[in-house]
Design a protein around this ligand. Sequence first.
Ligand code: 4AZ
Length: 328
Amino acid sequence: MLDKETGPFDVGHCVKIPPVTLVDESVIVHRPQYRQTPDAEKECGIAPRNTRIVGGEDAPEGAWPWQASLQRGGHSCGASLITDEWLLCAAHCFPFPNENINTLRILLGHQSLELENPNGEVRTIAEIIPHPDFNSQTLDNDIALIRISSPVTFTDYIRPVCLAAPDSDVADGTNVWITGWGTIGSDESLPSPQTLQEVEIPVVSNSECAESYNVITSNMICAGRTEGGRDSCQGDSGGPMVGQNGSQWTQVGVVSFGRGCALPDIPGVYARVSEYQSWISGRVTGRQPTFVTFISDGNNTSNAVAPHLSYYLLPPLLTLSFTAHVLM
Ligand code: 4AZ
């Protein structure tokens, strides 16, 4: 929900994606600096179809190949593929301890929830592991693992995302992307044909975020704009918040909760993925997810002007400093 408050938190299922201004491609010049763990495989975080990273509403087909839908009859939560048989989700997406998991489904490689998805796969669920320290009051540790019943073969449309390693550092101001099939406004469900939505939002520091909520722990990361208007919302929960390093995408957050959606100065709250490497590694069987150190100084603002500016400003500035040296 966008502007309706339902108690202290709107916990739910995932997303509101308001219209977003198109951004020039040169934006991708401005990206966070990353250090990648030396042994990191190149397999994760690659979106071969995501050749055009622009703001917008409908995500291009295959732009976010790790995006999954958890279905309880219909769409219930988002999730992200981290290996060929494991997904990351939110613990609050599993509020019924005695739920029959045979009734749940995972959709992969889907762009629309209504149209034919020629690149789509459907799986049943073999195992759900909510974080043992999930606190349903504060929503601390709102993270869960899902094992699907049989592995998927990676394609351009179904691929795992990289996960943020513990030494990651995502400064406030870092632009991250959030994707999902959640609501696009207050009581406004995603219209037919329910195309996956994407939105780019800056990260907000935990101290600033704590001004909007009673409890913000170090296991959480927040994102939102002063002016509001862009956010995750009901139905996006469990889905990924990712940052970009060149052609590689790393998940830094899991959609968790918020007060309303897209309200000015009220950030959305996400589980901080970099806190969970040992828990994830200890529980995931088979192929292991790839953890990448994601470091951003927060200066990757979506400002299409800056890269061009630098072209024009650099030569005169160089000339100036050179002149100054010679003159002194
Ligand atoms: C929800 O209801 C929800 N803007 C998820 C995320 C946010 C708000 C609500 C954050 O699932």
